[in-house]
Design a protein around this ligand. Structure first.
Ligand code: COD
Length: 159
């Protein structure tokens, strides 16, 4: 079975990594699809986000990292994925996730969205929180891998 785990991953966090590891165990091939969105100014370029994801998943042979643009459901069809994995951290995620899952179902009825409950160790974590903490010099230990901390700090210094 082919599945897709889509997101912005700006940057990848330990919460994302936890979902990738668990979803990869349930699938033959898991595509981690990184949104290329020219209308939104990301912190890391899509190439940088992909490179970070490739490094954190290098030991998981059935994970492929790819960029995507346009509709997720069209990308899922292109790669033959019938499952979309999404992570659920709290009730606050649910409304947005439900809307997206129902819209994707309406667009293409044979693709299912599966929600994976966040690991309680990481359920407070988001990429936005990581960027905010880093911007004000806070400690990111345990929130993202150590090499990602270095990349975030280097990016902030270059700004
Ligand atoms: N623990 C567990 N899961 C987590 C954590 C955590 N700490 N942090 C985030 N997650 C989950 C999120 O809930 C999400 O499921 C996934 O990881 C990715 O998160 P983000 O924040 O990197 O990605 P998003 O939510 O910005 O991704 C949105 C998409 C890119 C998937 C969406 O905008 C999209 O599909 N865009 C393409 C256009 C389209 O098809 N739109 C939908 C039409 S209905």
């Amino acid at each position: 079975m082919i599945a897709v785990y889509p997101g912005s991953f700006d940057p990848v966090t330990n919460g994302h990594i936890d979902i990738i590891q668990r979803a990869a165990k349930l699938t033959d091939t898991l595509y981690v699809a990184v949104l290329t969105n020219p209308s939104k100014k990301p912190f890391f370029t899509v190439e940088e986000r992909i490179s970070l994801l490739e490094k954190v998943t290098e030991d998981i042979p059935n994970v492929k990292i790819e960029p995507f643009s346009g509709l997720l459901i069209d990308y899922a069809e292109k790669i033959g994925a019938k499952i979309i994995f999404r992570g659920l951290r709290a009730v606050s995620d649910y409304e947005y996730e439900l809307q997206m899952a129902l819209a994707n179902k309406k667009l293409k009825g044979d693709t299912e969205t599966l929600f994976m409950v966040a690991n309680s160790k990481y359920s407070f974590l988001s990429s936005s929180l990581v960027k905010e903490i880093a911007t004000f010099g806070g400690d990111l230990t345990g929130m993202v891998p150590d090499f990602v901390i270095s990349e975030v700090e280097a990016k902030i210094k270059r700004r």
